[in-house]
Write a protein that binds this ligand. Structure first.
Ligand SMILES: Nc1ncnc2c1ncn2[C@@H]1O[C@H](COP(=O)(O)OP(=O)(O)OP(=O)(O)O)[C@@H](O)[C@H]1O
Ligand SMILES: [Mg+2]
Length: 321
């Protein structure tokens, strides 16, 4: 059986050049930023695949390419065997798109403040026709809110409740895959767990598949079936949670985990790993992690490491063993 989502050689390059006249006057060429570079992974149906990495590592860019908000510069996204970038038949592409939804980090910014909750929730299914009677009320109940909340406006809710509304809206079109981009980062710590539990329950109940984007390792540990660690747009390690947390293979994963135990019981922000994230427009040669890597040698400065299997993990490191 093939995977539900297959991502192959996924690459995204942004043109970040200054306007033409500035380039001529300053005698500069074009500038390109590689946000995602040759990323491969698969997500099995009814599982959660987590993407972790520091800010700017390309997590959201991958999520946006998956749901079709952004066109890959190269590589393929296949969902249920249909290649979204290359499929010619628009009806097939639309039928796959209809199965995917996205939940964003900021639940307030993604809700139209002038609309009543009922209209917000049913908006994704308006174009599909069908019976909308009582749909918003049913979905509100499903996410732990009251059916009468359908008549209210977004500002009448707390952050956690707003994220529940976003989840209800995502569920309206009966998706099978939900891309969750930092779904709880903007929430108060006390409600993060509630929203995550709700997401877990819905996943089991409705047979959903999640791509979970987060920088919070504790979330990943409890929710993910498989974890991909991104560094500067590249997948440097991929493993199941147990292998990743117990025996991290890549020095960058080790660095991330070393920072993690310092989270206190209140889940306060984890201090970032040491060193600066390099400029993605002029990334370091060879392995892009080498300037921060405690064990880097000559080959790391020269050659970009291929991804290989070490134990239970897939690792892109010359020295991982
Ligand atoms: N539209 C764009 N144009 C130019 N550069 C972009 C664009 N979108 C993202 N980038 C760049 O691509 C890189 C990856 O960005 P992305 O938003 O995917 O990171 P992220 O891992 O989601 O970070 P965060 O944890 O802060 O959300 C960053 O260097 C960012 O500046
Ligand atoms: Mg992001």
């Amino acid at each position: 059986m093939s995977a539900f989502v297959t991502v192959k050689g996924l690459t995204c390059v942004f043109d970040v050049s200054k306007p033409w006249l500035n380039r001529v006057l300053e005698r500069r060429g074009k500038a390109f930023l590689t946000a995602v570079s040759d990323v491969d992974f698969q997500v099995e149906e009814r599982t959660t695949y987590a993407l972790v990495g520091e800010s700017g590592s390309g997590k959201s860019t991958i999520g946006r390419m998956l749901v079709g908000l952004l066109r890959p510069s190269d590589g393929d996204v296949e969902i249920e065997g249909i290649n979204l970038a290359r499929e010619e038949d628009p009806a097939k592409v639309a039928s796959v798109r209809a199965k995917i939804q996205m939940i964003f980090q900021d639940p307030y910014a993604s809700l139209n403040p002038r609309w009543r909750v009922r209209d917000i929730i049913t908006e994704p299914v308006l174009t599909q026709g069908g019976d909308l009677e009582g749909l918003a009320e049913k979905l509100l109940q499903q996410v732990g809110l009251h059916p009468s909340d359908a008549g209210k406006f977004p500002h009448e809710f707390s952050g956690g409740q707003r994220q529940r509304i976003c989840i209800a809206r995502a569920l309206a079109s009966q998706p099978r895959l939900i891309v969750c981009d930092e779904p709880t980062s903007a929430l108060d710590v006390s409600v993060q767990a509630q929203v995550l539990n709700l997401m877990s329950d819905l996943k089991d109940e409705l047979g959903l598949t999640y791509l979970l984007i987060t920088h919070d390792l504790t979330v990943v540990r409890h929710m993910a079936d498989r974890i991909g660690v991104l560094y500067l747009g590249r997948l440097v390690e991929e493993a199941d949670p147990h292998s990743l947390f117990e025996t991290p293979k890549h020095p960058y994963t080790q660095m991330l985990l070393d920072a993690a135990p310092r989270v206190d019981g209140f889940g306060r922000e984890v201090p970032p790993p040491q060193g600066e994230i390099p400029d993605p427009i002029n990334p370091p040669s060879g392995c892009t992690f080498h300037p921060r890597c405690p064990i880097a040698t000559d080959i790391c400065r020269r050659e970009r490491p291929a991804t290989r299997k070490v134990g239970n993990a897939l690792v892109a490191c010359h020295l991982a063993e």
